[in-house]
Design a protein around this ligand. Structure first.
Ligand code: ATP
Ligand code: MG
Length: 411
């Protein structure tokens, strides 16, 4: 038997209702807040991710599904299944010159992402993200708008107790000073850092703070190291930005924790970074990650444009939300006259009713048994009903039966 690939999952049956419900809520909340849906391709040029996600990240170094297409004779090109969606949205933003529209330009998306990771609870190779990207606003109100949208969406699916962690990375200038201090303080400990962090030390030293390796964690506990890590290094402008953002969040009643070790996996963040977590998820606790990336559009060849966004893992959300049941049918048509039953089903569905009928003209008792499991009412269409032109309705919750003369009274 051919099976699904490791780290992938079929979604069907009861689960599909919960998925649809999550997606409907996302659409409502984000569209009400003025975000337009954007669907970008699932594969892009490898270079887009190498540059846009950053070549010091785990994603680019270890996790991408990259392959050559076209063969040697045709000058094979390298493409990659998208590991995340910010790079693709930014590519589209630049390609279609969306920058010319008046800001903000606000997008939301939903779709599969691909990362070659070790599958475990909350970690798959094909997983789904829902997220938003907003362009054109440098003010902290945009950061607040994006965080609020994430929090309101989570509330809409019944999750109002998740932990928001917040940090600021500063701007290129103050971030650079901080980088240098981190490098200096870690230099004597370089040998004891994990192999990944030895590599990060040169390419992206801030990422070291985010490392979960025990040896690295121990180094962060050393007093002098800790002092540098927790030192407030950000410049006045970045501090103002952060303070204004936190005031907005306070006014909105959004609780957050400052986490000075939060730096996030991707290379392109500046100023605000945030994560939303649930302790109910165990070690894969992050549901949502986001932040500001004012340099990315320019770095990928567009005009300098401030931007902020987030991405949420839908599978992780799925494990937290209350499961939705299949909605019951309005009617199940119980009839051995398939010709009449199918016509009635068509007419009722055209009136937006949820309706099924028995396609095999089985015995009434069998049909009623099925109907009582999946429908609110049965329409009984026996020979009397058909000949005399009326409908018998059985309410499958109360058992009460009524006679309805006109089709209009069914809708
Ligand atoms: P993690 O530290 O858990 O690997 P990340 O920093 O790689 O997360 P992001 O790139 O920020 O994750 O993606 C945003 C969200 O997407 C995560 O918070 C998580 O909910 C989800 N996510 C990321 N990778 C996976 C995966 N392999 N399987 C399922 N969900 C994932
Ligand atoms: Mg990861």
């Amino acid at each position: 038997m051919i099976k699904a690939q490791r780290g992938t999952k079929d979604i069907f049956g009861e689960e599909s209702y919960t998925w649809q419900w999550i997606l409907n809520n996302a659409q409502n909340v984000f569209q009400n807040a003025g975000f337009q849906e954007i669907k970008t391709p699932i594969f892009e040029a490898t270079e887009l991710f190498a540059r846009g996600v950053g070549d010091s990240t785990d994603i680019v170094n270890k996790e991408m599904y990259t392959f050559q297409v076209g063969g040697i004779e045709k000058n094979a090109t390298s493409i990659t299944l998208r590991p995340e969606n910010t790079a693709g949205v930014v590519r589209a933003f630049i390609e279609h010159n969306i920058v010319r529209q008046s800001p903000p330009q606000k997008f939301w998306y939903f779709g599969p992402m691909f990362r070659y990771e070790r599958p475990q609870a909350g970690r798959q190779r094909q997983f789904h993200q829902v997220g938003v990207e907003m362009f054109g606003i440098k003010e902290p109100s945009a950061d607040a708008e994006v965080i609020m949208s994430a929090v309101e969406f989570l509330k809409s699916v019944g999750l109002d107790n998740l932990e928001v962690e917040l940090n600021t990375l500063g701007c290129p200038k103050c971030k650079n000073d901080y980088r240098n201090s981190i490098k200096e303080i870690l230099k004597p400990h370089l040998e004891n850092l994990c192999d990944d962090c030895k590599m990060r030390y040169e390419k992206n030293p801030l990422r070291i703070l985010d490392c979960k390796n025990e040896d690295c964690q121990k180094i962060f506990e050393i007093k002098e190291v800790k002092n540098v890590i927790l030192n407030d290094y950000i410049c006045d402008e970045c501090k103002d930005h952060f303070d204004t953002l936190t005031k907005y969040l306070d006014d909105l009643g959004i609780k957050y924790q400052r986490n000075k070790l939060l730096v996030r996996g991707l290379d392109y963040y500046n100023r605000t970074v945030f994560e939303i977590k649930s302790s109910a998820l165990g070690s894969q606790s992050a549901v949502c990650g986001g932040g500001r990336y004012d340099g990315l559009v320019e770095m990928l060849g567009g005009a300098s444009t401030p931007a902020v966004g987030f991405a949420m893992g839908v599978e992780r959300l799925f494990t937290l939300v209350e499961k939705q049941e299949a909605p019951k049918l309005d009617y199940f048509i119980v009839s051995t006259n398939t010709k009449e039953a199918i016509k009635l089903a068509q007419k009722l569905r055209q009136q937006n009713k949820k309706v099924e009928f028995d396609m095999q003209a089985r015995k009434f008792a069998k049909q009623l048994e099925k109907a009582s499991k999946i429908a609110k009412n049965a329409i009984i269409l026996g020979e009397d009903e058909i000949n005399q032109g009326f409908y018998s309705i059985k309410n499958l919750e109360t058992g009460e039966q009524t006679k309805i003369e006109k089709f209009e009274n069914l809708i």
